[in-house]
Write a protein that binds this ligand. Sequence first.
Ligand code: G3H
Ligand code: 13P
Ligand code: ZN
Length: 311
Amino acid sequence: PYVNTKEILEKANKEYYAVAALNINNLEFLQAILEAGIEKKSPLIIETSEGAIKYAGTGDPLRGAKFFVDMVKGFADTLDIPVSLHLDHGKDFKYIVSAIKAGYSSVMIDASDKPFEENVKITKEIVKIAHSVGVSVEAELGKLAGIEDNVSSAESVLVNPDEAKKFVEETQVDFLAPAIGTSHGAFKFKGEAKLDYDRLKQVKELTGIPLVLHGASSVVEEIVEIAEKYGADFGGSKGVPSEILKETVQLGINKVNTDTDLRMAFVAGLREYLHNNPKEFDPRNYMKKGKEYVKKVVADRLELLGSAGKA
Ligand code: G3H
Ligand code: 13P
Ligand code: ZN
């Protein structure tokens, strides 16, 4: 069924596992993700960025948001596993309101680039609107950036645990994304991957609410190899290794935001398929291998995060 993200994450918080929050832009990624969730009997959070909504709605936020609700809810209503739909990195009021109006289960308000008090103020406003119609809210504290890249300013970039406590109390936000050293995309660390576990532990102890890890893609080695075999250049890419992801779940992460790994898996399969089938031009065929790799990456992740079998 189509459920509230809060329901999915409160269970995960109580039972010490994490649920993958998987970004989509189209039908094919959704199909692959759902197949993995069904096979692993896992709850799923599907998320779309403002960019995804803009893309799907050809520029009209409400049309784009409605499109995703129709598609995700349409599938979810026929399934036994719990599925929710979340707005990722909501920054523009227009998109946040459109997502709420259209029927998203939860929204993120990302005012993490603003000073603390302003972040509190903006987040509070969104919480008020969203909660009045039963939509749950995620917010972010600190900035996403690799520790290695910001050695000198690490303190100001990463989440401050005392601020996190104050933030949650004042805003009544449902889930919090604390910056602990990850970043978006396929190039997260120059040297060794390293996250600030102490900060994460403190934020969990001081807030107790479900926590979110952004920039959580692993950059799967086998996928990079296939993609590069068929012409991609992903030189220098590096993600969060599986053992580190697992550690963050043990320390209180309950939602693991993943986009890059799915994009890389799909393009690896697409390149492989097109290379091996030069006469093919039916999209239902040439997208098969990409979907298969997305499904495999998601299925493995659901096992790693501990949500398999929790539906
Ligand atoms: O948080 C970023 C997500 O990976 C989505 O990015 O704006 O390219 O859709 P996007
Ligand atoms: P990745 O780029 O590591 O997949 O992160 C995605 C994300 O945080 C979406 O909000
Ligand atoms: Zn993110």
